[in-house]
Design a protein around this ligand. Sequence first.
Ligand code: ARG
Length: 457
Amino acid sequence: MKLWGGRFTKEENQLVHHFNESLSFDQKFYGQDIEGSIAHVTMLAKQGIVSEEDRDAIVGGLKGILKDLKEGSLVFTGEHEDIHSFVEAVLIQRIGEAGKRLHTGRSRNDQVALDMKMYCRDQIQETDRLVKELLGEILKIMEENLDTYMPGFTHLQKAQPVTLAHHMGAYFEMFYRDRTRLRDIRRRMNTCPLGSGALAGTTYPLDREFTAGLLGFDGPALNSMDAVSDRDYVIEFLSALSITAMHLSRFSEEIIIWNSNEYGFVELDDAYSTGSSIMPQKKNPDIAELVRGKTGRVYGALMSMLTTMKGIPLAYDKDMQEDKELTFDAIDTVKGCLALFTGMLATMTFQKDVMEESAKKGFTNATDAADYLVNHGVPFRDAHGIVGQLVLYCIERNMALDDMSLEEFKAISPVFEEDVYEAISLKTCVEKRVTIGAPGQEAMRKVIGICRERMKE
Ligand code: ARG
C-alpha cells in the first residue's frame, strides 16, 4: 500500500518505506498477533458485532496463516509495513470480504501494545525457565561441596576461608532474586490493552473483560491512553535482564580468574574453551569472556528504551516502534548467555585440592587467631595487634601461622597454648561459623534445604 502521492520520487518513497517499516523485526511476534486477533474476533461475534459465519471464516483463515508461517510455506514480503498489516492483508486475500471485518473496534495502537505485551510475557517465562535451570546446576555444586574449602576474598585478596558450597550459595541468592523480579514484573504488567482503540476506546459494545480472560490477562487495562502508550513493562523487563546479565558477568569474571594459571581453581571443559591460533599452550575461557562482554549491549537496550520513552506525549507516538529491535536483542542475548553459562558450569571441574591449598595460604585464619586470644580474655584491639605481629613474623620466614611452633607463638604472646592449632585449623575456621548465612556445614545444610524448596517454585 502506497502512503505517499506524487510529491515523492520513487527512491524517496522507498527510503521512507524502509525507514518506517517494522515487518522486518515485528514478524517475531506473528504468533501473538494472530492469537490476539482470534480472541478479538471471538469477542466481536459474542457481542453480535460480527456474524458467527464471519467469525468462523476469520478464525479459520488466521489459523491457516499461523500454520503456513510456522511451516515456512508463507513468507513475509517487503511491501507490508508491519506484522499487523501483513496478517490482515493475507487474510483478506485468502477469505475475501469477511477478512475486512477483523479490524472492527481495534486500532494498530492497541494491537501492537497487546502483541508486545504478550511477547514479553512469554519471554519472561522463558527467561525464568533458563534461570531456574542455572539455579539447579548451582544447587548441585552446593550439595556436593559442603566441605570443599577455599579462600573467600575481599578486595580480591584472601580474607577468610569459606567453602565452595557457600561461594556458590551467593550466586544462588542472586539468581533466585532474578526469578522473583521476573515474577513481580509479570504480575504488574498483566492487564490487557485490547479494546483501547487508537487512544480513546471505541463506540462498539466490546466486552473487554472477555478478551482479557481469553488471553490470560487478569483484566482490561483501565485507561485507554495509558494502555496504548505504556511500555513500563519493557523497561522493567530490560532492567531485570540487565541485572541477570550483570550477575552472569560477575560469575564469568570469577571463572576467568579461577581458570587462570595463577589460580588453577577450575578447569573448563574443552567444549567450552578455545585454543589460540598462535600459542599452542593456551586454553582460553572464551565463553565466560563473551558472556561478560555481552552485558554491555543489554544495558544499552535498557538505556535506549528509557531514553525513547522520556519525551513521549500521550498517547501513542511512532517513537515507540523503537521498543522492539533492542528488546528482542537483549532477550535473545541473555537467554543465550544463560543457556551457555549453565552448560559451562555443568561441565567445569573444580580442582578441590588447589582450592584447599590456597585457603591454607594467605593467613585466612588470622581473624580466628585473634578470636582465640579474645576468647582467652585479650581485648580485640590488642589481639588484632598481636596477630599482626605473628603474620609479619611468618611472612619474613615464608611460613603459615599453622607452621609456627608453640614457643614461637608464646614468644609473641604467652596466652597461646597447644589448642591454638585446633582453633586456627581450616576446618575449625569454617565449621565454627554456623549462624545462618555462614559457611559452616550446619548452617549450609539449612540453607540448602530452603533452596531445594525454592526450586519447586
Ligand atoms: N509498527 C507499529 C509499532 O511498532 C505499529 C503501530 C502503528 N500505529 C500507528 N498508528 N502507526 O509501533
